[in-house]
Design a protein around this ligand. Structure first.
Ligand SMILES: [Zn+2]
Length: 286
């Protein structure tokens, strides 16, 4: 009787192991999990698009097994400064293959104040035929202002400001991750700090971020960094400075001073980050 029980138990254990099937099994990879500093060697089992097990010599049977010996396995990269707003809803480019081939599985659109303002409609367009990467969209403040004030260089009326705040609230409700500004571009640049704070406060209510192409990336760098940080402080939301640099030979080195200013703010508890591209050229539209 005892032997029979043991045999039954063994059978159950074996069948449970057999039952652990996966769609994909990646073996012998050098795994960086994005948290631990040191990588570990092992296998990763995936089922229904989700990781179901990580470990050494996993017993899972899988339809697809890939030997990753000599290869690194890590979470997909996020390209947080991207301008593929239009390409991601176009048939020819929505697969976003160029990003996938670089390991990017999420791209952030709506940067520098430009891009779709109706976030629900935009996400629907993306989902209607799918996209090769995940998309996290920022509400573009330039586009928002254009919709309410056109390209007029003046302060908004009370009614216009209310309209912008309503649209910002809707965009955040519909899944925007924050707002972006492009303060060298018309009409984003026509907004003063006070107007930006008002919109940022709405974004903050939804736990969004403030990402900014700041007003000046040359001689005005320090004032512009300060403005971004002031907006973050007043509206109580994280600040991200896009493509951080000091342009123009006479301003070279200014970025080091700006870094110190940012570090001081971070020491005091403010969330401020920046991104920088690893080359000296830059491009823009006129
Ligand atoms: Zn920009």
């Amino acid at each position: 009787m005892m032997m029979l029980r043991s045999a039954i138990l063994l059978l159950i254990i074996v069948s449970q192991c057999d039952g652990q099937s996966a769609d994909t099994l990646l073996t012998n990879a050098l795994i960086y999990d994005g948290v631990a500093i040191e990588p570990v060697k092992g296998d990763v089992a995936i089922k229904d698009g989700k990781i179901i097990a990580i470990g050494e010599s996993l017993p899972h049977a899988a339809k697809l097994e890939i030997d990753c010996t000599g290869k690194v396995l890590c979470p997909g990269f996020i390209d947080l400064h991207n301008h593929s707003d239009r390409q991601i809803i176009s048939g020819a480019t929505r697969a976003n293959v160029n990003y996938l081939l670089q390991g990017c599985t999420t791209v952030v659109t709506g940067n520098c104040g430009s891009g779709p303002v109706d976030v629900a409609k935009y996400y629907k367009q993306i989902d209607s035929a799918g996209a090769g990467t995940n998309i996290a969209h920022l509400l573009p403040q330039g586009g928002l202002r254009l919709e309410v004030l056109g390209s007029e260089r003046r302060k908004p009326t009370a009614a216009e400001l209310t309209k912008m705040l309503e649209l910002a609230n809707k965009a955040m409700h519909d899944g925007a991750w924050g707002m972006s500004t492009g303060l060298i571009y018309v009409p984003s640049s026509y907004a003063d700090t006070e107007e930006l704070v008002a919109i940022a406060k709405v974004v903050s209510k939804h736990h969004g971020i403030y990402a900014s192409h700041i007003r000046g990336e040359g001689g005005g760098l320090l004032d512009s960094v300060q403005e971004a940080m002031d907006i973050g402080k007043e509206a109580n939301l994280p600040v991200h400075i896009s493509h951080f640099k000091s342009s123009g030979q006479s301003n070279w080195g200014l970025v080091r001073v700006a870094v110190k200013v940012i570090e001081e703010a971070r020491k005091k508890g403010q969330i401020v980050t920046a991104d920088q591209y690893p080359y000296r050229a830059s491009s823009t539209s006129l």
